[in-house]
Design a protein around this ligand. Structure first.
Ligand code: FES
Length: 129
């Protein structure tokens, strides 16, 4: 099936400098906005597949970087790049030696990003199958 475009609302509905969790076309996504630039990714942490924004650590986002609400992995939303992998629990750090245990053998991986742009003031995503 060909990718389809989905409008998820007006640019102004997304806080400038913030991260918003949305659902569109049956997928849970995160939308990061900086001025007129928007970035989107699947709201699923590549560590254990949990929500990046709902969990014991809560939504943590600053300067384009989201921290997983579970085990503190950090990701640059626009590129999806992983910056730090399984650094603790619920926003609290753990010693470096214990990170491997908490990682449960999962190797560091980035987010799945989604093509997104602003057209006539609307935020439009391209969602594939
Ligand atoms: S589920 Fe995100 S770091 Fe573990």
């Amino acid at each position: 099936m060909a990718p389809s475009e989905v409008s998820i609302g007006k640019l102004d509905e997304f806080p400038d400098g913030g991260l918003t969790a949305v659902e569109a076309a049956g997928r849970k996504l995160i939308i990061a906005r900086t001025g007129d630039q928007v970035c989107a990714a699947i709201n699923r942490c590549p560590h254990l597949g949990l929500s990046l924004t709902k969990g014991p650590g809560g939504l943590k986002y600053a300067d384009g970087v989201v921290q997983c609400a579970w085990h503190n992995s950090t990701f640059e939303v626009c590129s999806g790049q992983n910056l730090d992998w399984v650094g603790g629990f619920a926003g609290k750090s753990i010693p470096k030696w214990s990170r491997g245990v908490l990682a449960l053998g999962r190797k560091a991986k980035g987010l799945d990003t989604i093509p997104v742009w602003v057209r006539d003031g609307e935020v439009v995503l391209e969602i594939g199958d």
